[in-house]
Write a new protein. Structure first.
Length: 382
């Protein structure tokens, strides 16, 4: 996402029954509006939202005036999430077409210019002033996953247990290879950009909820961290809902990709809660600096990276670690099939690079364009 702002405040409605930890999930997706020929961001989100808001109440502005965000409701099954995300993507693509722009699902635009226009709101203007020249480079979009964990003690257990999974999930969700019209050599350039924030990366383990709250309070007021939503860790607790929020992922080419990744996150959470994951001592096998370096490795090499395997407590190729993740819990939710389909298509970065190699900028344009069910990213994948 473009800024580590108040996305958690726009998470799924709190009007829901108490359910076992890891049963529910929600997804937030961010999109950028691009000029069709140059693929540069265009500040038309206000115009787009004026049309979208009546039908999609959860659609919102973002840090930059070229960006739009949507959040699902509370989901129990993949079909629920997929239907909601595809409905919005279809509507957004139509509105973008009417405005003469392309609605893109990518972690970074293909091309950017300096001094992007910030959404006119005091909060965003304060953020712009706080981060200075970082604004020029902070033209990124993400996909966030919320997993419902009603019990506070279990939320901290999940938060700690997820730490070592961030590198492999970052690799799987990589979809930002281009910047300033060139291949960065990274599968997820957005991940590199996000490392610049006052708070970034994977937090160290928490003793309990009190420790979590205390550390959050200590961070407020330091650097660009004006408030809780600006704590920009890739892994945190929602500030208003009983969910664990994962923020590692680039915006995804297809809604199916977003749902597949969310299902894998939920499976890992269920494994942690069922104590199928490693013990606390075994989770600490990977020091914070190792996890941090492994996230960089994942951002650089995507599916070709070597990352921590939290189940076997060894470093291993991404595909082996994905297999370990799938074994974390036995669910009849279609997760293995969804992940297999994503791996067959390749990450978004893989698909964008193939599209560019075959068709140049026109290929990238088609690949990243949001077009609803069976979107362009799939058509160019094979």
């Amino acid at each position: 996402m473009p800024t580590p702002e108040s996305s958690a405040e726009r998470a799924p409605s709190a009007n829901r029954p108490i359910v076992p930890g890891g049963a529910t999930f929600g997804i937030e997706e961010e999109f950028v509006l691009l000029e069709p020929e140059t693929l540069r961001p265009v500040a038309l989100s206000t115009e787009a939202l004026a049309v979208l808001k009546p039908e999609f109440d959860q659609a919102t502005t973002e840090f930059l005036a070229s960006q739009v965000e949507i959040a699902t409701g509370v989901c129990h099954a993949p079909d629920e999430a997929l239907e909601q995300l595809e409905a919005f993507r279809t509507a957004l693509a139509e509105v973008a077409g009417d405005l003469g722009v392309v609605a893109a699902a990518t972690g970074t635009p293909y091309e950017v210019e300096r001094a992007p226009e910030v959404t006119r709101a005091p909060r965003y203007e304060h953020i712009r002033d706080d981060i200075g020249a970082m604004t020029d480079d902070h033209q990124v979009c993400g996909m966030h996953v919320h997993i419902g964990v009603p019990d506070p003690v279990e939320r901290i257990k999940v938060l700690n247990g997820l730490r070592a999974w961030m590198p492999v999930l970052t690799a799987l969700a990589a979809n930002s290879p281009f910047w300033h019209g060139e291949d960065t050599g990274f599968a997820s350039w957005r991940t590199v950009v996000m490392r610049r924030w006052t708070t970034a990366g994977i937090p160290s383990p928490f003793a309990d909820m009190s420790d979590y709250d205390h550390r959050i309070r200590d961070l407020i007021g330091i650097g660009a961290t004006r408030d809780k939503p600006l704590v920009a860790w890739t892994l945190r607790l929602s500030h208003h809902f009983p969910t664990v929020e994962m923020r590692f992922a680039d915006a995804q080419l297809l809604a199916e990709d977003s749902v597949a990744i969310a299902l894998l996150c939920r499976r890992i959470v269920r494994g942690i809660l069922s104590e199928r994951g490693r013990t606390d001592a075994e989770q600490d096998r990977f020091a914070p600096e190792v996890l941090d370096a492994a996230v960089w490795e994942a951002a650089r090499h995507g599916l070709a990276a070597v990352v921590p395997d939290p189940v076997r407590a060894v470093m291993a190729p991404v595909l082996e670690v994905v297999a370990s993740a799938l074994e974390m819990h036995d669910d009849d939710d279609g997760c293995p099939e969804a992940i297999d389909a994503l791996l067959e298509r390749g990450t978004g970065a893989d698909r964008q690079r193939r599209a560019y190699a075959e068709h140049g900028m026109a290929g990238v344009r088609t690949c990243i364009a949001t077009s609803g069910p069976g979107g362009a990213g799939r058509r160019l994948a094979g």
